[in-house]
Design a protein around this ligand. Sequence first.
Ligand code: UDP
Length: 249
Amino acid sequence: MERRVVDILGICIDDVTMAETLAAIEAYIAEGGPHQITTVNPEFVVEAQRNAPFRVVLEGCDLALPDGIGLLWAARVLGQSLRERVAGSDLVPAVARLSARRGYRLYLLGAAPGVAERAAENLVRDCPGLQIAGTYAGSPSPCEEDDIVARIVAADPDVLFVAYGAPRQDLWIYRNLHRLGVPVCMGVGGTFDFIAGVAVRAPLWMRRMGLEWLHRLWRQPWRWRRMLALPRFVALVAAQRLSLGARRL
Ligand code: UDP
């Protein structure tokens, strides 16, 4: 698949729609080799400025989805365009629906004990016929890595969702991608919590207005320190815009 990407602060984000993302996932599974998808938001981009291993993951992945509304804003400010926000939290149920139709098997790794199982039950309830290859909480700690990889290899899924929070989940996938051999591997952050009903997602009107980040801050105020990345992101994008303008003079 030919990629059309937008460079935001040195990170390439794919300009894809939800429909194109689902088509890419079908192509990856048909192709068979391992692929990594990341769900990039402004926090990712700021983290990648100082976290070189994470930057390598974002550079090396097969698809870097525009998960945060801030990226669409930044693309516009930088004279480019990202057509659509493709959020991991929307993609997981969409992949489940696709999988029920196509017979793909999902593995849900991560989140607190019991949450991945509950999320899997809810997905199966909503997508009759969906096959779950396995669920496991585990932890991103290196001493568990071999055991977890062995479990997933034995389950042989088509799609692996990992909920260990960014950037840990994405580094975990990147390290293990080739020995896992799963066609589609994606870090999904708090998505299992939403699907299992242990966390509440922003109402649709807030998502449509691009205010999902505000809802998260309100529901999970302890995230404020991480969210300091947002004003930093705005300042860095403004600086990149100014330097672009200066070069064009
Ligand atoms: N999580 C986990 N083990 C860890 C750290 C996090 O299972 O060591 C899970 C946590 O329970 C949650 C998910 O990772 O379900 C994502 O956390 P968070 O909401 O912080 O991630 P984000 O969506 O911001 O990437």
